[in-house]
Ligand binder design. Structure first.
Ligand SMILES: [Zn+2]
Length: 276
């Protein structure tokens, strides 16, 4: 298979067809949200699901970081790339690996949030969903001494310490007070897929249905490192649906790509939008 790599190739692949976008962290970097795996990624040691679910001290650490990081994360806005997808000719929907909710904020619909949403929390006992913003005010009420949790000399948060899942680096958490589920007193977890956890089955089904209903799969800003995203590329390739991949740097799906652009998503989507 010959891989084509120009904007013209992308335009001719997508033009006049129904297509679906599969997006990753690369589409949100222009909104100030760093990429775990991109070239300028901060050192990252994400908490595993079992660590969170099984240990109270780990949950204190998680929520201390999350409470501080939320203040910056909550301010992120959709960028021109997110906006260029809204109403793009032929676009049937967006499947995203991001948890930032920026596609919805831009106005895209439908959006399958494969890995959940950072602006929601879920109770591990009763399954009730609630707003992260509400939890934030509860946490701040329980922990008014917010600056005491930041590393020395770092009372002001900056984007360098903001991490992709919306938390921040803290060096104290043993006395952080976490808030239980208001319905049942159970353990609250952000409604995002942790490492060691699977995406919700119905979301995966929705994503497959969207891919199967379209003529072209366009990957935007993902290195497809985890199977969670890569499986859709493999599925499309198996079923004869052409795949375009736009990403800075190599991806695990490159051998399945019909069109492959080593480029930023914002500039590419703006150019594509003008040509469709
Ligand atoms: Zn509950």
């Amino acid at each position: 298979m010959t891989v084509r790599g120009g904007l013209d190739d992308l335009v001719s692949l997508v033009s006049g067809h129904r297509w679906v976008a599969l997006t990753g962290a690369g589409i949100s970097t222009d909104s100030g949200i760093p990429d775990y795996r991109g070239p300028s990624a901060p050192p990252s040691n994400p908490m595993m699901y079992d660590e969170f679910a099984s240990d109270d001290a780990n949950r204190r650490r998680y929520w201390a970081r999350s409470m501080l990081g939320w203040q910056s994360f909550g301010r992120a806005e959709p960028n021109l790339g997110h906006r260029a997808l809204v109403g793009a000719p032929g676009l049937a929907g967006v499947v995203t690996q991001n948890v930032d909710g920026l596609h919805e904020a831009a106005g895209s619909s439908p959006v399958v949030d494969l890995h959940g949403r950072i602006d929601r929390v879920v109770c591990l006992s009763c399954g009730t969903y609630s707003a992260r913003a509400r939890l934030q005010s509860r946490l701040q009420g329980l922990n008014p001494d917010i600056d005491g949790y930041l590393p020395a000399g770092a009372a002001e948060l900056d984007s360098a310490r903001l991490r992709p899942d919306g938390d921040a680096v803290v060096d104290r958490w043993h006395d952080f007070r976490i808030a239980p589920c208001e319905a049942c007193g159970g353990i609250l977890k952000p409604d995002v897929v942790f490492f060691g956890e699977s995406a919700r089955k119905e979301l995966v089904t929705n994503a497959y249905e969207l891919v199967d209903s379209t003529d072209v799969l366009v990957v935007l800003g993902s290195s497809l490192t985890v199977m969670s995203g890569l499986r859709f590329v493999r599925h499309a390739s198996r079923t004869g649906t052409p795949v375009a991949i736009i990403n800075r740097g190599p991806t695990r799906g490159d051998d399945r790509a019909t069109v492959r652009l080593d480029a930023g998503t914002t500039e590419t989507l703006l150019a594509l939008r003008d040509r469709l």
